[in-house]
Design a protein around this ligand. Structure first.
Ligand code: AMP
Length: 203
């Protein structure tokens, strides 16, 4: 199965990618997560992408596409956060045929509420919400100390939201036209949302 997860920043698409990955036994490819690792390592690539991530803007095609070519599994995958625009959708289409594009929808009001509450595990990638899915004493179930993403600030999320709003309309109509677009609510409990998605994709 080849799935794409679309959604605003903090919509919950990363959480759903992880839960679907477990349920379907399919690996997740998140360019955002790969880029964050490179930034942490202070690699040449990390230095290149950091300036875009700090601004909340998209990393250019000349960087994202070779990454996609290198890491996209041949058979089954869940793509979290790619494509972000029509050019990326067309580039992806040349490489494979998707089964479903799942848009995790969430209101801007709830996203504002989630900004300060999100904590992520730098080791296993698990995502927590201090309010609705709190970790035990700031520690992930895998034992690592949780962190707050550097781009989870009000100003950067505002910019990431603006980029999403500008790019997503054409992306959504592109996939609607192909008959593979599904919209789900990212405002529900994370586990019932996963069940709902699995039902919709007839798994
Ligand atoms: P995410 O982890 O999906 O929220 O992405 C974090 C940041 O990584 C974004 O704000 C972009 O700067 C960069 N990024 C992630 N995915 C892409 C993509 N498909 N195209 C361009 N930049 C991306």
């Amino acid at each position: 199965m080849k799935l794409v997860l679309l959604g605003k920043p903090l919509s919950g698409k990363g959480t759903q990618a992880a839960l679907l990955s477990k349920a379907l036994d399919i690996s997740v490819l998140s360019l955002g997560a790969l880029f964050r690792r490179e930034v942490e390592k202070k690699s040449v690539l990390g230095k290149k992408v950091e300036k875009y991530m700090k601004k909340g803007t998209l990393v250019p095609h000349s960087v994202t596409f070779p990454f996609l070519q290198k890491y996209l599994p041949k058979k089954d995958f869940i793509l979290d956060g790619y494509p972000r625009n029509l050019a990326q959708a067309k580039a992806l289409e040349k490489m494979c045929s998707l089964d479903f594009v799942i848009d995790v929808h969430c209101s801007n009001r709830l996203i504002q509420k989630r900004i300060m509450a999100r904590r992520s595990c730098p080791k296993c990638g698990k995502i927590y919400g201090l309010d609705v899915h709190p970790p035990k004493e700031g520690i992930c179930s895998c034992g690592a100390t949780l962190i707050q993403r550097k781009d989870d600030t009000k100003a950067i999320v505002q910019k990431r939201l603006a980029v999403y709003t500008k790019q997503s309309a054409s992306l959504i109509s592109y996939y609607k036209h192909k008959g593979i677009y599904l919209q789900v609510s990212g405002e529900k409990n994370r586990y019932s949302l996963t069940k709902n998605i699995l039902k919709k994709i007839s798994y």
